[in-house]
Design a protein around this ligand. Structure first.
Ligand SMILES: C[S@@+](CC[C@H](N)C(=O)[O-])C[C@H]1O[C@@H](n2cnc3c(N)ncnc32)[C@H](O)[C@@H]1O
Length: 384
């Protein structure tokens, strides 16, 4: 960054910039606020000084000028400018513009790391072993029909990189397999027994990601209860994603609550995705196995994801699937290629088919044979 706060892209034009080219450049840059971007000529070099830019608009302006003008010098210079701007990999996004300077400035706190460590105290001292194991080959890339609690007991400690799942919600859904209408205490007891096994089989540094929708009509905040469970187990809270489904077609009232403060009933168009880490917030992985693009990363670390609900539930005959896009974002953001992904409530196999498509290894468990058969069929349709 220069003293005026611009990122400076130095470009030796490699040729004399003729007057015609200068005119073309001035036409282009006159369309943009000097505060955002401008050119400075230094001898034979052209320096682009940039703070922020709507790159799509700029690219299309450059394309138009390339079409309108035949001057070869102008073509070389314009192409150099656009390709050097496009090659900048670090930027923020604000109001449709890429921000190239100061986008990552945090408020400065002296000795931030030490202070963070002091605040954490004993709560952050990991109780988990950091010795990871391999998932036995017989469980790799498998869909297994059975009770997760029993099946996970057969797996060694610390052998799975990422668990992504959505448990039965206790809404009274019509699953083929299990009752979905328990007393809340027995529901959470059964769920947490399975989650305990999940935590055990999760690697040190592995992530446990749970999609959960509270049953608001029962006033049971399941997402908080689930989060408290993980915190009590010493798992580290990595974050919470708000999955905005934009399904506004819910009714506005029930009898007696319309337009009255006595008991207004709140509406939710979203679900939660809670993310926990075992032992450490940082996950080990080979850099080449990270498959998230720069744009995806920038968009998805903003933890409100607008994704339409799965539309094929009738086709799959399953009442509570999550969409592939949700699984895909979770996997690309929190796991590496070749990692082991486990879904202990795999349903008709959304997690496992996305894992296969994204070149992860997987294990899906569901208690229903019918759902497992569909998950297996779905895997066969995944094209690599
Ligand atoms: C919310 S659904 C998951 C749907 C899945 N995410 C999908 O997209 O297909 C919960 C699933 O948990 C399964 N299930 C319930 N109890 C189970 C248990 N003890 N062990 C394994 N699966 C169980 C149900 O059969 C149901 O398919």
């Amino acid at each position: 960054m220069d003293k005026n706060g611009y990122k400076v892209i130095n470009m030796n034009a490699g040729l004399m910039v003729d007057n015609d080219t200068k005119k073309i450049l001035s036409t282009l840059f006159s369309k943009y606020d000097k505060e955002d971007i401008h050119l400075v000529y230094v001898g034979e070099s052209i320096n682009t000084h940039i703070k922020s830019l709507d790159l799509d608009r700029f690219s299309s302006d450059v394309d138009s000028l390339l079409k309108e003008n035949t001057n070869k010098n102008a073509h070389v210079v314009l192409n150099n400018i656009i390709s050097s701007i496009k090659s900048i990999k670090s930027y923020g996004i604000k109001g449709g513009k890429r921000i190239y300077v100061d986008y990552d400035k945090e408020r400065k706190v002296k000795n931030r790391k030490d202070k963070e460590n002091n605040r954490r105290g004993v709560a952050r001292i990991s109780r988990y072993s950091n010795i990871n194991n391999e998932l036995p080959k017989e469980y790799e890339d498998k869909i297994i029909c059975g009770d997760s609690l029993e099946l996970m007991k057969k797996l060694p400690d610390n052998c799975v990189d990422l668990i992504f799942t959505s448990p039965p919600y206790n809404f009274g859904m019509e699953y083929t397999s299990n009752k979905d209408d328990h007393n809340w205490d027995s529901y959470f007891k059964q769920l947490f027994d399975i989650f305990d096994e999940g935590i055990r089989v999760l690697k040190y540094g592995g992530r446990f990601v749970v999609n959960i929708q509270p049953l608001f009509s029962d006033y049971i905040p399941s997402h908080h209860i689930v989060s408290k469970f993980f915190l009590d187990r010493g798992m580290l809270w990595k974050g919470e994603i708000l999955w905005e489904k934009n399904n506004y077609n819910c009714k506005y009232t029930s009898w007696g609550s319309w337009k009255s403060p006595s008991s207004p009933y709140l509406k939710y168009t979203w679900e939660f995705v809670e993310v926990f880490a075992k032992g450490t917030l940082k996950k080990e992985g080979v850099k080449e196995n990270a498959d998230i693009s720069a744009d995806e990363f920038k968009k998805w670390v903003v933890a409100k994801w607008s994704i339409a609900p799965e539309r094929r539930m009738k086709q799959f005959d399953h009442p509570a699937m999550f969409p592939e896009e949700l699984a895909s974002r979770v996997m690309k953001l929190f796991s590496f290629k070749n990692d082991i992904i486990l879904d202990p409530f795999n349903g008709v196999g959304t997690t496992t088919s996305v894992a296969k498509r994204l070149e992860r290894r997987y294990l899906g468990i569901d208690i229903s044979k019918k759902y497992c058969d569909k998950a297996i069929k779905r895997l066969k349709e995944v094209l690599l």
